[in-house]
Structures are given as structure tokens and as C-alpha cells.
Design a protein around this ligand. Structure first.
Ligand SMILES: CC(=O)N[C@H](C=O)[C@@H](O)[C@H](O)[C@H](O)CO
Ligand SMILES: CC(=O)C(=O)O
Length: 320
């Protein structure tokens, strides 16, 4: 059984995989990236090779090297490094799980296989169990992202009795807007100390109300500090301030969603905000346009996100 050590909580940044202009992984900026997350964003947990990291667009050997680099550069700086090891091939997923254990990662996460799909809960559990068994000492997280995998098995159903099958099961990363499903996951497992990590950044406040213990997301790369302020306000039960922060974050996300938002755009935004070159995405994704970056820069300035100036008297300016 996984050591019940430190529970994964708070904000977890879903890391981008930096690339060079010619499409190779740019390992040379990962050290800087770690320092940026810790010092500028106050984020000390990362989720590597997931959606934002284009994990499924990398070769197995690239995924291994990326995981190694984050673990190495994060040593003594980060609290937890969780590696996403999901793949269409069970063998590859097991290899990556075993590798994550060998390099000293703090946990592994797995999405549902999404080409030849599991159609029932039991089949999905069997797949996850085989992966988890390849890293029997590592905490295991199920990464529920039905809009991208097309596997719509409800998380609540999946979690029912999961520890009997997967003793290392430690939590759920829930990237969906179904708060009935999410809430029931929390409600039915209150005794078990699982991590319930929400993955829709623009709706995190509602998930906190529903019992989320943390969050994994792409925006925590550059809005980590802002989002932490929301978490702190929530902890203090200052719900109107927490809502102000959530609305402020929503104004930004709503703005980029309307322009067309995905991993490519996340790379462009992070380059802009951190100054660390994230490079283009890999095909089939296309680099974000110059117009996108220009309008985002103007928006970030108008929202005061670039300087991370604190809110005055806990009040936001009206409008956006
Ligand atoms: C589909 C996707 O990439 N979801 C991310 C994590 O699960 C989120 O962090 C979103 O990027 C974020 O909520 C903005 O929509
Ligand atoms: C957002 C997230 O969790 C991912 O990129 O996998």
C-alpha cells in the first residue's frame, strides 16, 4: 500500500512541456520553470505529462525524460511531483508507471484509454489496476476527463469500492463540470482521506464548496498566486472576497475562451507572463496566433494580472 504520507492538496500546476521552435523538447528551461512556479506563483505541486504537457503527443522515451527532468529539478524545491502515465497501450502505461517509481516521483495518474475504450466500470478498473500494480509503492490518482477521452463512466461509480481493487488509490483528478458526480464522490468517501482535485479552474470555487481538497490545472502556471488568494479567502470563510477572486479569474478565462483556448494558447500565455519560452506546441496542435498573444497581453494588464498587484481594500474594480 502506498505510504499514507503527505496528502496532495492545494494547487497543482499542470506543467507545459517546453519545446524549441523546431519541435524538440526544451529541457534547458525546466529548472527555471520550477523556480518560477515556486517563487512567483507559490505553487509547489506539479502534474507532469498531462493534457497541458501534451503527454499523449510525446513518445514514451520523451515522457520518461520529461518526468526525470521535473523530478530532478524539483528536488528540495517542490512538494509533490505527480506523473501522468496514461496511454492507449497498457504495456506503455505500466512501463511509465514503473519508471515514475524508479525516479522517485510522488504519485501517478492515469486517464481512461480513449481509442479502444472500456465500456463498463469493471473493465476500466481492471485497466487502471494493472497500471497501478506496476508501481505498487506510489499513490495512484484516476484522471477523469470525459470530454477528451470520450469515456463517460461516472467518477462516483468508478470510486465505489475502488480501494479493494487498487490499494494504492489515493484520489481523483476531476476535469468535468458535473458537480453532482463530483459532490457524490466526496460525500461517499469522507472517511477515506482521498484527495479530490478539481480540474476546471474557472469553476474551482463551486468545487471547494462541494468539498474539493485541491485543484490541478493549467492556469495555476500563471494564475497560481491569484488562485491561492481565493483559496485563502475561502478558508477564512470570506466568501464574498473568494467570489471576487473567482470572478476576476473567470473574466480572464472567459476572454481567452472566446478567442479560442487550449494547450497552444496556454503555452503562449505562460511565455508572456513568465518570460520563459515555452515554444510552439506539437502537431496536431497549432501555435497560437500573434493576435491572440497581443490581445491577451492587453487583457492581463487591464486585469492587473501581470504585476500581481494585490486587490485594494479587498475590492475589485467594477467591470472588466
Ligand atoms: C481540458 C483542460 O485542459 N483542462 C485543464 C485541466 O484539466 C484546465 O486547467 C483548463 O485548462 C482550465 O480550466 C481552463 O479552461
Ligand atoms: C489541466 C490538467 O490537469 C492537465 O493538463 O492534465
Amino acid at each position: 500500500m502506498a505510504s499514507p504520507k503527505k496528502k496532495l492538496q492545494g494547487l497543482v500546476a499542470a506543467t507545459i512541456t517546453p519545446m524549441t521552435e523546431n519541435g524538440e523538447i526544451n529541457f534547458s528551461v525546466i529548472g527555471q520553470y520550477v523556480d518560477y512556479l515556486v517563487k512567483e506563483q507559490g505553487v509547489k505541486n506539479i502534474f507532469v505529462n498531462g493534457t497541458t504537457g501534451e503527454g499523449l503527443s510525446l513518445s514514451v522515451s520523451e515522457r520518461r525524460r520529461v518526468a526525470e527532468e521535473w523530478v530532478t529539478k524539483g528536488k528540495d524545491k517542490l512538494d509533490q511531483v505527480v506523473i501522468h502515465v496514461g496511454a492507449l497501450s497498457l504495456k506503455e502505461s505500466q512501463e511509465l508507471a514503473q519508471h515514475a517509481a524508479e525516479i522517485g516521483a510522488d504519485g501517478i495518474a492515469v486517464i481512461a484509454p480513449f481509442f479502444l475504450k472500456p465500456w463498463t466500470k469493471d473493465v476500466l478498473i481492471n485497466f487502471l489496476k494493472e497500471v497501478a500494480a506496476a508501481a505498487p509503492a506510489l499513490p495512484f490518482y484516476y484522471y477523469h476527463i470525459p470530454a477528451l477521452t470520450g469515456v463517460k463512466i461516472r467518477a462516483e461509480e468508478l470510486l465505489d469500492g475502488i480501494q479493494d481493487k487498487i490499494p494504492t488509490f489515493q484520489g481523483l483528478k476531476f476535469s468535468d463540470t458535473d458537480l453532482l458526480d463530483f459532490g457524490q464522490c466526496v460525500d461517499q468517501h469522507r472517511q477515506q482521506q482521498f484527495a479530490f482535485l478539481f480540474g476546471v479552474d474557472e469553476q474551482l470555487l463551486s468545487a471547494l464548496v462541494m468539498g474539493a481538497t485541491g485543484a490541478v490545472g493549467s492556469t495555476y502556471n500563471y494564475l497560481g498566486k491569484k488562485t491561492s488568494q481565493m483559496l485563502e479567502a475561502f478558508e477564512r470563510k470570506d466568501f464574498s472576497l473568494a467570489l471576487n477572486y473567482q470572478f476576476c479569474i473567470q473574466r480572464f478565462i472567459n476572454f481567452v475562451v472566446k478567442l479560442g483556448f487550449g494547450v497552444s494558447q496556454t503555452k503562449a500565455i505562460m511565455t508572456l507572463v513568465s518570460g520563459i519560452p515555452m515554444g510552439p506546441p506539437r502537431l496536431p496542435l497549432q501555435k497560437a496566433s500573434r493576435e491572440f498573444t497581443d490581445s491577451v497581453e492587453a487583457k492581463l494588464k487591464s486585469l492587473d494580472f501581470l504585476s500581481f498587484t494585490d486587490l485594494k481594500d479587498g475590492k475589485l474594480e467594477a467591470g472588466s
